[in-house]
Design a protein around this ligand. Structure first.
Ligand code: ZN
Length: 163
């Protein structure tokens, strides 16, 4: 796991090993490449549910392993799968799992700085899951290819305001 401050987001690049395969949950076999975050001073999620917008959103970006790499998959039908979680920032105490990625940032990481993290299960960061929304959509940034199987989980991740 490589933690990156890319100047507009906090991103963690994944070196293989994180896959979703032979699952009824997704139409193809996917490999996770990275996860990153969207947030705002109050409402920074990219999706809304019944007009409700959340503090933030986590995206785990996968590509269809039938293609050579993410660049080959990015414009193919269902070439990408993004797993999304809303984030609420009103927990009364810190989310201990998130400290694994937030502590190095708060210790100081300039734009384009990278730090290697000790690998941990991504599930440590995720909430208890009770349901999700699914739609066929696009990348949210240019070139906006319509290649993404979106899955947005109903249950938000909870972190503290300080985090
Ligand atoms: Zn994103």
């Amino acid at each position: 796991m490589t933690l990156i401050n890319n100047g507009h987001s906090l991103q963690v690049d994944l070196a293989g090993g994180y896959t979703i395969s032979n699952s009824q949950f997704l139409p193809k076999n996917y490999k996770a490449m990275q996860f990153h975050f969207h947030w705002g001073s109050s409402f920074g999620s990219e999706h809304t549910v019944d007009s409700t917008r959340y503090f933030g959103e986590m995206h785990i970006v996968h590509y269809d392993t039938a293609h050579a790499d993410i660049n080959a998959a990015i414009n193919k039908p269902q070439g990408l799968a993004v797993i999304a979680f809303f984030i609420k920032a009103d927990a009364s105490s810190d989310n201990a799992a998130f400290q694994k990625i937030l502590q190095p940032i708060s210790a100081g990481m300039n734009k384009n700085a990278q730090k290697t993290l000790t690998p941990f299960p991504i599930s440590d960061l995720l909430p208890k899951i009770t349901g999700y929304y699914r739609y066929s959509g696009s990348l949210t940034t240019p070139p906006c290819y319509e290649s993404v199987v979106w899955t947005i989980f109903k249950d938000p991740i909870q972190i503290s305001a300080a985090q």
